[in-house]
Design a protein around this ligand. Structure first.
Ligand SMILES: [Mg+2]
Length: 209
């Protein structure tokens, strides 16, 4: 029996190198409010934290300091800019399409993200990858307070696929904890560019064993 019957992928930082795009969109909408956001600060202090937390931090760094709620009012503009940019030129590595093509038919596939399906699905469609996935689990798919690191999102994906032995592919501490709490094998990715290679190696290793 194969070691795995499904592969469950996180979205941001695993399937797609979206953090630089998030940063660029925030920088653009925050600039007129007197807030400067550069990639080094975003990379070191903002990835993996809630958008509201990030804006509380940015508000204290603004010149002059701002009320964070004023900055939160810019969120719809940032969200729209991100949507337009990601669907206009989805930054999927060619290796991702090739990997999914190889896995298709051998494994059940899903995306499990804390972002909403309404955000990630158009990006998958624009990148020509949507058809590979049997289901998408988004932030709205589980009850409030049951997001990663709780096991619920990964358990739900496995249930929808009818999978018993999934491999979870994740980059964040919360995501890794979520996959482990679900009782599934977990593969940690540091950068999206290395994802296809690491997944291929993990799967060929279990074929050799
Ligand atoms: Mg991630």
């Amino acid at each position: 029996m194969p070691e795995f019957d499904a592969i469950l992928f996180d979205f941001d930082g695993v399937l797609v190198d979206s953090e630089p795009v998030h940063c660029a969109c925030w920088a653009e909408v925050l600039a007129p409010a007197g807030v400067t956001l550069d990639w080094e600060f975003y990379r070191d202090c903002c990835i993996g934290i809630d958008d509201r937390e990030m804006l509380r931090m940015m508000a204290t760094r603004a010149q002059p300091p701002r009320n964070w709620e004023e900055l939160w009012a810019l969120y719809p503009a940032k969200k729209e800019l991100f949507r337009a940019r990601m669907t206009g030129a989805p930054p999927f590595a060619p290796s991702v399409d090739a990997l999914l093509g190889r896995l298709d038919g051998q494994y059940k596939l899903a995306v499990v993200s804390s972002s909403s399906c309404s955000e990630i699905e158009p990006i998958l469609v624009a990148g020509g990858l949507r058809h590979y996935f049997g289901t998408l689990v988004g932030g709205e798919s589980v009850e409030r307070g049951r997001h990663k690191p709780a096991p619920d999102p990964y358990l739900l994906a496995a249930q929808r696929l009818g999978a018993e032995r999934p491999l979870v592919v994740e980059d964040s501490a919360a995501g890794l904890a979520s996959g482990r709490a679900a009782g599934f094998a977990v593969l940690e990715i540091q950068r999206p560019a290395e994802m296809a290679e690491l997944v291929s190696r993990r799967l060929s290793r279990c074929k050799l064993e």
